[in-house]
Design a protein around this ligand. Structure first.
Ligand SMILES: CC(C)(COP(=O)(O)OP(=O)(O)OC[C@H]1O[C@@H](n2cnc3c(N)ncnc32)[C@H](O)[C@@H]1OP(=O)(O)O)[C@@H](O)C(=O)NCCC(=O)NCCS
Length: 151
């Protein structure tokens, strides 16, 4: 499968919401993505395959000199072909270009695929946040630092 990763456009939001719905227990709505689109602190990217179909997306919020990854998802039939890693790499490239120093995210401690993706992308686990996704579902907190020699 070949694909490109590019900044999202208004026309992509319906498909993004569709993928979101297929991937998450408590999905964001189409309206939520419209609000994200209107917010200049948010930076989203989509992976688009050779047929022009959106197969995945990811986005972050820029706050001061940090970025907070809001979500990353790839539609089920297109997984394990590098789209998630490519979206992550594009987000990190954009964050770096904005002068961001560190990128953080939370992930369900049981989400093996996402954890593997983040660790492969260079994120370091800083610990667990108990009850984040439910009583017995802690989140792992991850950070990525552009300056690997930070104090
Ligand atoms: C997490 C997710 C985005 C990964 O997308 P993807 O396109 O399949 O990821 P990639 O193909 O780029 O995989 C990159 C690396 O991540 C790891 N990885 C991805 N899926 C994995 C899985 N199911 N099991 C173990 N490792 C996995 C591997 O190290 C992989 O590299 P490799 O294929 O060379 O071994 C995808 O599984 C997904 O959309 N899940 C549902 C939504 C979700 O949970 N998002 C994260 C919310 S915090």
């Amino acid at each position: 499968m070949s694909f490109i990763v590019r900044p999202y456009e208004l026309k992509d939001l319906f498909r993004i919401a569709e993928i979101e719905k297929s991937c998450f227990e408590h999905p964001w709505s189409y309206d939520s993505f419209c609000m994200e689109y209107a917010d200049k602190s948010k930076h989203y990217f989509v992976a688009e395959n050779e047929d022009g179909a959106i197969i995945g997306y990811g986005g972050f919020m820029h706050v001061e000199d940090e970025a907070h990854i809001m979500n990353v998802a790839v539609a089920e039939p297109f997984r394990r072909e590098g789209a998630g890693a490519a979206i992550m790499s594009k987000m990190l490239e954009k964050a770096r270009s904005l002068g961001i120093k560190a990128v953080t995210l939370e992930v369900d401690n049981a989400n093996v695929a996402a954890i593997a993706l983040y660790e492969k992308s260079g994120f370091e686990c800083a610990g667990l946040r108990p009850h984040y996704y439910g009583w017995d579902r802690p989140a792992r907190i991850y950070w990525y630092y552009f300056d690997k020699n930070r104090a």
